[in-house]
Every structure is written in structure tokens, then in C-alpha cells.
Design a protein around this ligand. Structure first.
Ligand code: PLP
Length: 455
């Protein structure tokens, strides 16, 4: 086989098509989950639905309702649900061999070669890739170990508004207090610089960027800056959970300069922004930045298989055999899926497609913003889109976003939320979303915004 079907062949035809939701079968499963599952379960409270099947950028629930998927499993399903080009290789590999720790296999080495070919900046031909545990958080833990090992430092510089994961090291780097409040103390020496973000627009984007860069510089260079032994700077090129906060041009290259001036690695967290999400293979590509270390996860597993990896500049490859381990560092179906997903994105020209469809979505949102002051900001790159809502006083308006989300769900479009105050609508569909689907879905989203904001 090996045929990569065009994107318009991937989806359920009749999306969106919803009756009254949640339907009886969804209700039953939601009830069963409430009885059996952990109280940590969060998402179905907001979007009460039980899924049955996914195809491309569409999802079907257990009552036969079909939705347009504008959240892609939180940025995981870049090539769409059950992409047949990927599924074929996964099935073949599952029947052959699934688990290989780190013995050499073709899928593993093929994936490393593919990652090298699409790596940003000066990384191609000058990198190593390490696999560990399967989650993004696991990859972040690897970056902390790598940075500490190579610098002999232990101080971590991260940003306010950041999200890097749920394990202790990753939580230490995470700005969001709600995830960590009950678990402190975490890693002790972490400083959080301001990210280039001006919610109240009291400063321009450029001023916010200068403020942020000055903050990082002062943590590193002020003799009384507080962090005695820095090990690295961790940054999301676009803050995802923090609200699709998109820094102005110049931010990432200048941060890299600061890292170089101070001889610490720049760790660019491409876990949510990678594999075409922003219309480039990696968000670092937009300004040709070379991350020193680059954790990846989410879309690397193609159709949602758990896999993460950390790429780093070759000079950091100093640890000894066993320097970073993990039982699940050889998930071969996920590695085959990663290879196929990269090929699919390449063959279907999905980077350009993501830029075009993403710009269409932002344009539709900007048109709405002209009609209502409640839609205060539209931002993002490629198919990573954020829209920030404020109330009549200009304060964050979380309820409006939740109303938009509910109304979209009732009309067959699944959107997500984000933001420090939960007041950002996050739209991150599979990159295989067609232009027609984007138009249909945005009709639903814009109607929902008008209803939720009374505009
Ligand atoms: N880093 C970023 C930028 C993320 O968006 C996430 C998850 O949303 C993570 C790290 C953690 O990944 P995981 O949830 O797979 O542990």
C-alpha cells in the first residue's frame, strides 16, 4: 500500500449532524463513568459526550451524532483521527512487534532520521534524539536532567503563563498555580519571567516583549538576580494552555541570544506547537531559531499513540549509557505512526494548508471582533488559534467562553478553552480540516459568540 489519501476523503460526510445532546447512550456512559472513574476526570463535565468513532476532523458519539472536531485531542491528532495511511503501518507493526525498549529497530531509526530531516534551524545533522516515557511531561523531565547534567546548574528559568506538564519537574516549570498548589514544594530554584503578553493592552506587544526579555536577562545577569546556578531557559514558542499567547517577531531569536550570552541552553517546548500545528514543522522554524533542546510529544504519535522524544544539539550528548531510561522508550507502532504522520503532512502539503485555513479562521474571528468589544484579541499561527473574551469592564470573561463552547457543542462543533483566566477560546483542529469544514464550523462558532456576548 502506501497511498496517502487526500484530506477530503478522511472524514465522516455528514458533519456536523447532531440531535439533542447528550443523547441517551452518552448519558448512560457518563453516568457509568461517574460511578466508576476517578474524581480527577474533568473534560466531560464541560462537554458531556461519549465518543464512539473518529475520522479525520470529525467525531461520532455513541448516539450517532457527528461533530466537527476543532480541538484534535488537544493538539494530538494533526493528521486526523484514524488516518488510514498511518493506521495501516500501525496495524502491520502491532502484529509484528510492539515493544522493543531501546534495541535497534527500523521503525525507531527511521523515525530518528525523519525527525532530523524536519528539525528546525541548525539542528538537522547536528542532533541526537532520546526517547523515555511516553508523555510530554516525561520529555520535559528528560530536558531537566539533560540541562542539569550538561551545565552542572540546577536553577530553572521558566515563564509566567506556562504549562509544561503534570509530573513534579514539569510542574515546577509550570506557571499555572492551580495544578501545583497542593504539591509544593517542587523543584526549589525556579524563577518565572514575564511572557510577552499584555492582557489589558496597557503596553504594546513590542513593549511587552522588551519587558519579558529584560526580565530574563536580569534573572541571569543581575548579580542580585537570585538564581545562582542556572541550568537553562524553558519556553513555549506560543503558550498553549496559557491562552495561545503568541509573542511578536524577534522574541525567540533574542531569547536564544540571551541564552548564548549566558552559556545556558534554550529549551523550546514544541510539545503542542510541533508537527505542523503552527503552519511550520515546528514553531521555532518561523524565525529559524535553533533550540538547544526540544521536547516533542502529542502529534508525534500520529493517530494519538503515546510517544514523546527529546531532540538536543549533539554537543549535549554527554550522558553515559542508561543516562536516561524508561520502560516504554521503544513503542514501535507509535514510531511507525510518527514516520507515516510526517510523510502524510509532507505529501499533502499540510503546512501551507494549516497556514491558509488558520488565517481564514482568524479572519472570521477578527470580523466578529469588529462587531463586539467582548472579543478583545484574536491570535495564533497556522491552526493554533486563540480568541480572548472580556466583559463590559474589560475583565476576563470566562463564562462567555464556556457558553460559546456549550453552544458550539450543541450545534456539532467541538472547541476548546485556554487562558490564565479561562477566557480564551482555543481552536486547534486536525490539520486535515478542509476549507469547507472550516467555513461550516466557523458559522457555528461565530453564531455562538454572537449569542454568548449578546452582540
Ligand atoms: N508542554 C506543553 C506545551 C503542553 O501543552 C503539554 C500538554 O498539554 C505538556 C508539555 C505536557 O504533555 P503531557 O500532557 O503529554 O504530559
Amino acid at each position: 500500500m502506501g497511498e496517502a489519501p487526500p484530506i477530503h476523503e478522511l472524514h465522516f460526510d455528514e458533519a456536523p449532524s447532531v440531535d439533542t445532546v447528550p443523547g441517551p447512550n452518552s448519558r448512560q456512559l457518563l453516568e457509568r463513568q461517574r460511578e466508576l472513574d476517578s474524581s480527577a476526570v474533568a473534560y466531560p463535565d464541560r462537554v458531556p459526550i461519549a465518543f464512539d468513532e473518529g475520522r479525520g476532523a470529525t467525531l461520532r458519539d455513541v448516539d450517532g451524532n457527528t461533530y466537527l472536531d476543532f480541538f484534535a485531542g488537544i493538539g494530538v491528532l494533526n493528521v486526523g483521527h484514524a488516518n488510514p495511511y498511518v493506521v495501516e503501518a500501525v496495524n502491520d507493526q502491532t502484529e509484528r512487534l510492539v515493544h522493543s525498549i531501546d534495541f535497534p529497530t527500523e521503525p525507531r531509526l527511521d523515525l530518528i532520521e525523519k525527525l532530523d530531516a524536519i528539525a528546525p534551524g541548525g539542528l538537522p545533522g547536528n542532533n541526537k534524539v532520546v526517547f523515555g516515557g511516553p508523555t510530554g511531561s516525561d520529555a520535559i523531565e528528560a530536558t531537566i536532567k539533560l540541562a542539569k547534567y550538561n551545565t552542572d546548574g540546577d536553577g530553572l528559568i521558566a515563564f509566567r503563563g506556562s504549562y509544561h506538564g503534570a509530573t513534579s519537574g514539569a510542574l515546577s516549570l509550570t506557571g499555572a498555580k492551580k495544578f501545583k498548589r497542593e504539591y509544593t514544594p517542587l523543584l526549589s530554584d525556579v524563577q518565572y519571567a514575564q511572557y510577552p503578553y499584555s492582557f489589558k493592552h496597557d503596553v504594546t506587544e513590542e513593549e511587552a516583549m522588551e519587558r519579558s526579555l529584560a526580565d530574563v536577562r536580569s534573572i541571569l545577569e543581575d548579580p542580585y538576580g537570585g538564581l545562582a546556578n542556572p541550568a537553562g531557559i524553558w519556553v513555549e514558542p506560543i503558550q498553549g494552555e496559557g491562552g495561545v499567547v503568541t509573542p511578536p517577531e524577534g522574541f525567540l531569536p533574542r531569547l536564544k541570544e540571551i541564552a548564548e550570552d549566558n552559556d545556558v541552553p534554550l529549551i523550546v517546548d514544541e510539545i503542542q506547537t510541533g508537527f505542523g500545528r503552527t503552519g511550520q514543522w515546528f514553531a521555532s522554524d518561523w524565525e529559524d531559531v535553533t533550540p538547544d533542546v526540544m521536547p516533542m510529544a502529542k502529534a508525534i504519535g500520529g493517530i494519538g499513540l503515546p510517544l514523546s522524544a527529546t531532540m538536543y544539539r549533539e554537543e549535549f550528548d554527554t550522558w553515559e549509557a542508561g543516562g536516561h531510561v524508561g520502560t516504554y522508550r521503544g513503542n514501535l507502532p507509535a514510531m511507525r505512526a510518527g514516520v507515516r504522520a510526517i510523510e502524510y503532512i509532507d505529501r499533502q502539503d499540510l503546512l501551507e494548508h494549516a497556514r491558509e485555513v488558520g488565517e481564514y479562521i482568524r479572519t472570521r474571528l477578527r470580523e466578529v471582533a469588529e462587531a463586539t468589544p467582548h472579543l478583545a484579541d484574536v491570535r495564533g499561527k497556522g491552526l493554533f488559534v486563540g480568541a480572548e473574551f472580556v466583559d463590559a469592564d474589560g475583565d476576563p470573561w470566562k463564562e462567555a467562553v464556556l457558553d460559546v463552547q456549550t453552544q458550539c457543542y450543541e450545534n456539532g462543533v467541538l472547541v476548546w478553552t485556554a487562558g490564565r483566566h479561562g477566557n480564551v477560546l482555543r481552536i486547534i483542529p486536525p490539520l486535515v480540516l478542509t476549507q469547507e469544514q472550516a467555513e461550516t464550523g466557523m458559522d457555528v462558532v461565530t453564531d455562538a459568540i454572537a449569542a454568548a456576548t449578546g452582540s
